[in-house]
Write a protein that binds this ligand. Structure first.
Ligand code: BG6
Length: 500
């Protein structure tokens, strides 16, 4: 491991929820990758807390398998030995046990001395949301945060609240315990390479910014299709649905990056000030617009990659009569000076026919188009940002097709980032952990962003209070309910399914 000179990175990573899926599949492999890249200090250690009884040795053995499977780097023995000796497992009931916190603090103190972590602690709450407040309260009561030595930060997984009211209560309660600057609310999409790239593409090129407004943009489309269903998270998903699982956070965050004004600088607060303005300008839904501009769905059984899969209602811990949505398509507007009148189409679904997250900016057609009959086949200029699985972007323009006739064809100026860097982008969690250690909160959601996104979601949810849907309404492995196509086609537009 390279020596990292950044003393802020001397720290202890304390994970609540050490035996959960997130820790095993994402967090520990992400820390391993950071070490592989020489991004961690020699003074670094990890303490994982769980309610299951096991020794650190047993825990380390388990982690070996997960890192092997989920890290983007191969295991090499020397590195692994250096990594694994820094991982400790502590078993106690973090939901109630005050003595457990005292013991934990003593243990962390010993680790602090042994690894010279300077009192710096990054607490990560990878637990069910109902435990967030209790854990923070216990940390505070036991003087484990806001200490006079080093820094202590708390990373909180989503969902932050289950609606506007509960999110407000949670925020009010925890902000009495720790200051906003020590709270890092996670939206892992902000850690994705191509989401970060939006800033560079928008603000690093003279080409796009002058066109980035309602004079030139016809519409914006954000699509997030997944092949997977709800896996083993039925109980959680029954309450969340696609609205709270994807729209309230990941999809709206992508929209803020696309639509925000240029920040005065790249300081976290400057960026988040601009993002929050976008969320404030989102047009809330009304009873009338809900009917017209939203299509919801739930998957039935079907076939994906030649494997038969069950419908949502047959998933584990899901009600057989469930009305939970696993798909949504909607049209909304950002009512501000720059984007007023530009339709924003958003769709997301589980058990679709492809895995793909993309943002498409469709530019307006040329005003003079009708004067040249040769140009009748002209296509719209599109800027397509490929967020995942392939990373990159392309710009679709019109050009003459070689030959003796004057024919126009669409061509793509294509930048395939995945090809250039051979899929070597850091995992979102790697970046988020590193930036939290560096105290860069721009990749985390500020409370006011959450508040406005919950307000928008509330305008949708309210409209559906007494709605009973005729589900399932799309087959797994298909592009979702047909209504989603009608939603955009009735405006004379189309969804761009843009696999190159
Ligand atoms: C999570 C949702 O936040 O994001 C999951 O809870 C979803 O339901 C996942 O599958 C999608 O993340 P990614 O990084 O695979 O696009």
């Amino acid at each position: 491991m390279e020596k990292n000179m950044d003393i802020e990175l001397s720290s202890m990573f304390v994970i609540f929820g050490g035996t959960g899926d997130l820790t095993k599949r994402k967090l520990i492999p992400a820390v391993f990758s950071l070490m592989h890249e020489g991004k961690l200090s020699e003074n670094f250690t990890i303490v994982c807390i769980g309610r299951r009884e096991k020794t650190s040795e047993q825990y380390r053995e388990e982690m070996h398998e997960y890192v092997k499977e989920f890290s983007r780097f191969p295991l090499n023995n020397k590195l692994w030995d250096n990594f694994i000796k820094r991982i400790f497992y502590k078993n106690f009931d973090f939901t109630s046990n005050n003595q457990g916190y005292k013991d934990l603090d003593l243990f962390l103190g010993e680790m602090d001395n042994e690894y010279s972590t300077r009192g710096n602690r990054l607490y990560y709450l990878a637990v069910a949301p109902e435990f967030f407040e209790g854990i923070i309260r216990n940390l505070k009561n036991n003087n484990m945060v806001c200490k006079s030595i080093g820094w202590q930060r708390v990373m909180i997984e989503k969902p932050f609240g289950s609606n506007l009211k509960t999110a407000r209560i949670l925020n009010k309660n925890i902000s009495k315990l720790i200051p906003e600057e020590d709270i890092f609310r996670i939206d892992h999409y902000l850690g994705k390479e191509m989401i970060q790239n939006i800033l560079a593409i928008r603000f690093g090129n003279s080409l796009f910014e002058p066109l980035w407004n309602s004079n030139y943009i016809d519409n914006i489309q954000i699509t997030s299709n997944e092949l997977i269903g709800v896996e083993n998270r039925g109980a959680y998903y029954e309450n969340a649905g696609i609205l709270k699982d994807m729209l309230q956070n990941h999809l709206l965050q992508m929209l803020t990056m696309i639509a925000m004004e240029p920040p005065v600088d790249f300081d976290p607060e400057s960026i988040r000030d601009e993002k929050v303005k976008v969320l404030r300008s989102l047009r809330p839904f009304t009873t009338a617009s809900l009917k017209k501009d939203i299509v919801r769905g739930q998957y039935g059984s079907g076939t994906i990659n030649e494997v038969k899969v069950v419908g949502y209602r047959q998933e584990e811990r899901v009600s057989r009569e469930s009305n939970t949505d696993t798909f949504i398509a909607l049209k909304t507007y950002i009512d501000n000076f720059r984007f007023g009148g530009v339709p924003i189409y958003i769709r997301a679904g589980k058990r679709m026919d492809t895995k793909s997250t993309e943002i498409v900016i469709q530019f307006k057609k040329l005003a003079g188009i009708n004067y040249y009959k040769e140009f009748d086949q002209i296509g719209s200029n599109l800027l397509v940002l490929k967020i995942q699985p392939e990373e990159g972007f392309y710009f679709q323009i019109n050009a003459k097709k070689p030959g003796n006739d004057f024919k126009i064809e669409k061509v793509e100026l294509d930048y395939c980032q995945s090809c250039k860097y051979l899929n070597d982008s850091p995992e979102a969690y790697e970046r988020l952990l590193l930036e939290a250690m560096r105290n860069n909160s721009s990749l985390f959601t500020r409370w006011d962003e959450l508040e406005y996104s919950w307000k928008f979601i509330e305008s949708i949810e309210k409209g559906y209070e007494n709605d009973v849907s005729d589900y399932p309404n799309y087959e797994a492995g298909t592009p979702g309910p047909t209504g989603a196509v009608d939603l955009i086609e009735k405006d004379g537009r189309q969804w761009w399914n843009t696999e190159l």
